[in-house]
Write a protein that binds this ligand. Structure first.
Ligand SMILES: [Zn+2]
Length: 263
């Protein structure tokens, strides 16, 4: 029985050929494409300074967790080891748990939950149980994580319907479009590898890394906006884009009309 740290001991193997570009890196492009995690984090932290003053601890925790996802994903695709697979999936699971606990809008809580503290406890318990279950069958985790993502998208859809600001509706729609593009790449790589080999392009999982990060940048801006809107509407939250709104590639971020109110 191979060690759980051994190369190729994971339950999954993506479409990209193994050890084609390096004898130390199993999936070269799936590994290096994770650099996007480490580019997005400093940008988002710098751009969302107003919001950082409001919720420094959750935002810093989220930045650490996203960096952890990046490191885990590098280790996983580099080795395709069982431990790498577990770390990759669990870091995503715990990041989702953190986001639900800190930011899930209270008006979407089930009726038996009274406040955020109670909700956070339930999220914590579910996260711990899911973690334990993932040791039994890690491959199921990927599907569970995508199911949670579907729930998040459903909530985004409800919030787009509720929103009165057309710029927020647009942000929500773009978030969903990027997510659909990203998950399509994940599905094509996972289930249509033969087709990828035929067209001589086995790098859809690398594209998934890039596109899901773009989708998450849009999603996190939307979440921050809703947080301020519901918790402190007098701060006048609004959207801005870097470097500019009309630039072909731009990152959305949150600006507060009256940021001094947080102090
Ligand atoms: Zn990956």
């Amino acid at each position: 029985m191979p060690s759980i740290f051994a190369y190729l001991s994971a339950e999954v193997d993506w479409c990209e050929g193994n050890f084609e570009h390096s004898q130390y890196i199993a999936e070269y492009y799936n590994t290096v494409s994770n650099i996007i995690f480490f580019i997005i984090i400093p940008f988002m932290l710098t751009l969302n300074m107003d919001y950082m003053k409001y919720r420094p601890k959750p935002v810093h925790s989220l930045a650490v967790m996203v960096a952890l996802i990046g490191f885990s994903s590098v280790y996983f695709h580099m080795t395709l080891s069982y431990v790498g697979q577990l770390l990759d999936e669990l870091s995503i699971l715990w990041t989702m748990g953190l986001c639900y606990a800190c930011w899930f809008p209270t008006h979407h809580y089930p009726s038996f939950i009274k406040n955020r503290e109670q909700f956070s406890w339930i999220v914590g318990i579910v996260t711990v149980v899911s973690t334990l279950m993932s040791f039994v069958r890690p491959v199921l985790n990927a599907y569970a994580l995508n199911s949670v993502a579907l729930h998040l998208l459903y909530v985004v859809f409800l919030e787009i319907k509720r929103a009165t600001n057309p710029r927020i509706q647009r942000l929500g729609v773009i978030t969903v479009i990027w997510w659909v593009v990203a998950i399509s790449c994940w599905i094509v790589d996972k289930f249509f590898c033969e087709f990828c080999q035929k067209i001589n392009f086995c790098y859809f999982h690398s594209l998934w890394h890039v596109f899901i990060n773009i989708a998450l940048t849009y999603l996190s801006t939307l979440i921050m906006y809703l947080d301020v809107l519901y918790e402190m509407p007098t701060a006048e939250p609004d959207l801005a884009y870097w470097p500019s709104k009309n630039s072909p590639i731009s990152l959305p971020y949150l600006v507060l009309g009256k940021p001094h109110k947080w102090c």
